[in-house]
Design a protein around this ligand. Structure first.
Ligand code: ATP
Ligand code: MG
Length: 389
């Protein structure tokens, strides 16, 4: 029996004239994500996309798992391909739905006939298939209001399809439809969640990580790469820039008042990040900041870091509680990695009494001893690039 994956688009359907572009980008994303599983044919028709495997040993279960992570998909299901005649639809349905229906007490049939040349109308298809299923599975009863299983039949131009339940998709918009932005990624809980949240709204991601060897270890860097690869399962591949930050931290430690360490570090990160971001085609920066979570994330502190960039800084977690963030972190399978105890460059230099009500003027004064332009240039010149898939 031939099986396909049937995809229902989400918000895509609302995009009017852009719908085609959105669908095409999503189809490209699906193709890219399934590429190594074997040949598939992908067709689109009226807010649905059909994925048909073209190879014997195609890993269908793995394909379903991957499809469940692709943004822009509202719901998906596996469906059985039938010839466009009732005989084939009835016999294949009995066989294809056997396992599902054996475990159900009640069911109903819904039919949709896009091909108006098909001789039976939708209610007639429902009645015939319902009757045949009742005669094969004697324990079943029809319940049109609250059935355990809804059997769907669709008569399309090219084939007929039978399926049982739909599975909820990842939602959001297809990655690439909203442009590109750069996530400032640490090894913590928040920034991978911020990355995922913005990819869900259609952004393609680049990533920037500040590393401070020997204060931070190779394992800390590996942790960041692992976290990005978790995000990449949803967002697709990510270009990662690893920026050496040790010299800058040493200079800050030697030339600036301690209570400003974190703020000046964050201002340096933003200055460097926006240049790298712009060079890699990003239109915005993304951070995992959440209002009031730590001293450097109070509103006055955010003002002092925002002012050094002229790029939009997207902070999707700004209004979320830690618990809400952790829920997403677990959902995307990042949490267990995020809580591994490797040090981050910020934690190494945390001041004992961070400035909580800073002003731009005070920050500028505190960093007077730094040769900012030189430090930014050197860090960018020594940045290394890798690719996370
Ligand atoms: P996270 O859990 O994402 O590490 P956090 O609550 O620990 O966040 P901070 O350490 O103050 O908060 O960092 C705030 C944001 O700054 C992070 O969410 C991230 O976007 C960015 N950031 C922090 N450290 C780094 C780093 N080493 N490299 C790149 N970006 C960083
Ligand atoms: Mg952190």
């Amino acid at each position: 029996m031939k099986e396909i994956i049937l995809i229902k688009n989400g918000e895509l359907a609302l995009k009017g004239l852009n719908r085609c572009t959105f669908e095409d980008i999503m189809i490209k994303n699906i193709k890219r994500r399934l590429k190594d599983l074997g040949k598939v044919e992908i067709r689109k028709a009226q807010s649905a996309i059909y994925i048909e495997p073209k190879e014997e040993n195609f890993d269908f279960e793995e394909a379903l798992e991957r499809v469940s992570l692709i943004f822009g998909i509202a719901a998906f299901s596996r469906a059985c391909v039938c010839e466009k005649n009732m005989e084939d639809i009835l016999s294949k349905s009995v066989e294809y739905l056997a396992d599902t229906l054996k475990n159900a007490k009640t069911f109903k049939v819904e039919a949709k006939r896009s091909d108006k040349k098909f001789p039976l109308k939708s209610p007639e298809i429902c009645r015939e298939l319902g009757g045949v299923l009742l005669s094969h599975f004697h324990h079943l009863k029809v319940d049109v209001h609250n059935p355990d299983v809804t059997v769907n039949v669709e008569i399309r131009d090219f084939s007929a399809y039978v399926r049982a339940e739909q599975i909820q998709g990842a939602g959001g918009l297809p990655v690439g439809t909203a442009g590109t932005a750069s996530i400032l990624i640490s090894g913590g809980i928040d920034s991978p969640v911020a990355a995922w949240t913005m990819a869900k709204r259609g952004l393609r991601l680049n990533a920037i990580h500040f590393a401070s060897p020997p204060y931070t270890s190779a394992r800390a860097e590996l942790k960041v790469k692992t976290l990005l690869s978790k995000v990449a399962r949803y967002s697709g591949s990510i270009n990662l820039a690893i920026v050496p930050f040790t010299d800058i931290q040493d200079e800050i430690a030697n030339n600036c008042p301690e209570e400003y360490f974190t703020l000046i570090m964050r201002r340096m990160m933003m200055r460097i990040a926006q240049k790298i971001a712009r060079d890699s085609g990003s239109l915005a920066l993304i951070t995992g900041e959440s209002l009031g979570q730590v001293a450097s994330q109070t509103l006055p502190a955010l003002v002092t870091t925002d002012i050094v960039t002229n790029m939009p800084v997207l902070r999707p977690l700004i209004g979320m509680d830690k618990e809400e963030i952790i829920t997403i972190s677990r959902k995307i399978d990042a949490f267990e990695t995020s809580i591994l105890p490797y040090e981050d460059c910020c934690t190494v230099f945390t001041p004992k009494h961070p400035k909580t009500r800073p002003t731009v003027e005070l920050c500028e004064k505190a960093e007077e001893g730094l040769d900012i332009d030189r430090l930014v240039e050197e860090a960018i010149a020594n940045t290394e690039y890798t690719f996370i898939d």
